[in-house]
Design a protein around this ligand. Structure first.
Ligand code: AMP
Length: 284
């Protein structure tokens, strides 16, 4: 596995690969890789000729009060996980490579960024869209892989690609969970054992809401309040949102219809750690 830190160098490599008709995949990450990230890399490995994994803790997607400085980092660990999962090129630029002095341009995707995490992290998706666009320009992939774990992010990226006419296929990979049901996340290292037990309520709330939908409950607010009740079993929980919405455009009708695909979304603070999780449900 090659480790590349320069955009220009990466572009030269991928230009050569494209000339020899190789299919290029990009897996963008912020590092501290776990098996959720590895599952994206493995899927990219199975479907493409060249797999590039980027590791970049992107400062512009963190608000000043968030965890940019203390976000976990370990390049030795990441090198091992990425290589074992089948990565060919690890792209690890420093901040100045992505944002040179005087960089003051950004991409703002409308619509899907205005609800849920967009309300609680108002600058987040602009940072995400900007860095993803820069990573696409650096790696020139045919396909890019993203996790369903960050569901709203997948809608933002799909829209970014569509409205800016990028010829890139966006592949969404299901969420990897611990045996307990806890969604894997680099931020889980912040959780104490007690926090981890509490964090299981997120998945419990989602599964309970799924069961209600499958048994015929179609009233959106009933679903939302059932998720909130489960989350409130966590001591000192702060719920940002617990919401059911249409999975393609985040529409929130009062009553869901048969055949609708619903996304159940949760963001809540457990201890000092903000966690997100979600579940897709097809109404029978
Ligand atoms: P991150 O490093 O947290 O920015 O995540 C990088 C990519 O991995 C994103 O597309 C995430 O959605 C995806 N990802 C994170 N956690 C998981 C997980 N538990 N299962 C599947 N994909 C994940």
């Amino acid at each position: 596995m090659q480790i590349i830190t320069s955009i220009r160098e990466l572009q030269q490599i991928v230009d050569d690969k494209r000339i020899s008709k190789k299919r290029i995949a990009l897996v963008p990450t912020m590092g501290f890789l776990h098996d959720g990230h590895a599952s994206l890399i493995r899927e990219a490995r199975a479907e493409n000729d060249i797999v590039i994994t980027s590791i970049f803790v992107n400062p512009t997607q963190f608000a000043p009060n968030e965890d940019f400085a203390k976000y976990p980092r370990s390049i030795e660990h990441d090198t091992k996980v990425a290589e074992e999962a089948g990565c060919d090129i690890l792209f690890t630029p420093i901040v100045e490579e992505i944002y040179p002095d005087g960089f003051n341009t950004s991409v703002k995707v409308g619509g899907v960024t205005e609800k849920f995490d967009g309300v609680f992290r108002p600058t987040h998706f602009e940072g995400v869209a900007t860095v993803v666009l820069k990573l696409f320009n650096a790696a020139k992939p045919h396909r890019a892989y993203f996790g369903q774990k960050d569901f709203q992010q997948t809608l933002v990226i799909k829209k970014l690609v569509r409205v800016l006419n990028w010829d890139i296929e966006i592949v969404i990979v299901p969420t990897k969970r611990e045996a307990s049901g806890l969604a894997m996340s680099s931020r889980n290292v912040y959780l104490s054992e007690e926090n981890k037990t509490h964090a299981l309520k997120l998945f419990k709330a989602l599964k309970n809401a799924e069961e209600m939908l499958l048994k015929g409950e179609t009233r959106r607010l009933k679903i939302n309040s059932a998720m909130e009740s489960v989350l409130k079993e966590i001591p000192d929980v702060k719920i940002d949102y617990a919401a059911a919405a249409s999975s393609d455009d985040f529409d929130e009708p009062e009553i869901f219809k048969s055949g609708d695909e619903i996304i159940l979304l949760i963001a809540a603070r457990v201890g000092t750690t903000r966690l997100i999780d979600n579940l897709l449900v097809k109404i029978p």
